[in-house]
Design a protein around this ligand. Structure first.
Ligand code: FMN
Length: 178
């Protein structure tokens, strides 16, 4: 039974303990399809996703992510990469536009994974140079995000943790400090 999107968003949590159980191929394919159809500026899709499955590589990858060992527990670690294709037309965003595009696709991955009962944890604390070397990522490509992908080991999904109140983050017509 498919989950409602609001339920998916509400119950997604960063999962930091995984079971080693493999992910069935059709489940992984549905998650990857959600990534594939993500929007991007001018539809340029400046991304590449590496599924790291090899155990030794996963351990070395976890080491290159500030020694966050739980990352290697999951049967798959996804490394999202972006090309600096310099297509931004507005000027201001510059090469940051690649970060926006890859982050959108990565959010698709994280939410689709939750809908499939799979845990993720967005990892921003990685060493770009070390990960690039380890996974043979070309010079003109950078790592944007990493996540373990697998079934949660213990409590897993739950209601959101503490967040700012709506009136602290939304204002009408002009910027107003909450
Ligand atoms: C850009 C970004 C980078 C993050 N980097 C890490 C990380 O390196 N390690 C980690 O354990 N969690 C990381 N997180 C997870 C956040 O700590 C987490 O999303 C936040 O505390 C809210 O908790 P929740 O995801 O369970 O709702 C990161 C999240 C984001 C969005």
């Amino acid at each position: 039974m498919e989950m409602n999107i609001y339920e998916v968003m509400r119950t997604r949590r960063s999962i930091r303990a995984y079971r080693p159980d493999p992910i069935p191929e059709e489940v992984l394919n549905r998650v990857l399809e959600a990534v594939r159809i993500a929007p991007s500026g001018s539809n340029r899709q400046p991304w590449r996703f590496i599924l790291v499955k090899d155990g030794e590589l996963r351990r070395r990858l976890a080491a290159a992510c500030g020694d966050q060992a739980f990352i290697a527990e999951a049967p798959v670690v996804v490394v999202a990469c972006g090309y600096d294709i310099n297509y931004n037309r507005g000027g201001y965003m510059g090469r940051m536009s690649m970060l926006v595009d890859v982050s959108i696709a990565f959010t698709h991955l994280i939410l689709a994974a939750r809908a499939e009962g799979l845990g993720t944890c967005w990892i921003g604390a990685f060493n770009n140079d070390e990960v690039k070397k380890l996974l043979k990522i070309p010079e003109d490509v950078d790592v944007v995000a990493v996540t373990p992908l697998g079934y949660p080991r213990d409590k897993g999904f739950a209601e959101p943790g503490p967040r700012k109140a709506l009136n602290e983050i939304v204002s009408i017509d002009t910027f107003q400090q909450g």
